[in-house]
Design a protein. Sequence first.
Length: 92
Amino acid sequence: MTQQYIVGEFSSLLGGLQRTPGGQLAAIRKLRGEVECSPLQLLPRLAREAMNLTDVICWAALEQGDVGDFRDCARTAVALGEFTDSARLLLE
């Protein structure tokens, strides 16, 4: 995978989280900006942050009883997990 592909796909997956409510829009935008501007060596740390953020957003949807938002967030979390695995971002 090329660096541009990894960054682009990572950013796109984070963009999918922007549609989910939960008061985390600013955190998602900040993380997405960091992904787009950071060197490749920082992406593993940002991947861990992204996985933690999806966890927070999914739990917020559950606490609000919003099954649709939980489902959307969970799909994005799964896709993000599969992507970070295939890009070998979380080998540590």
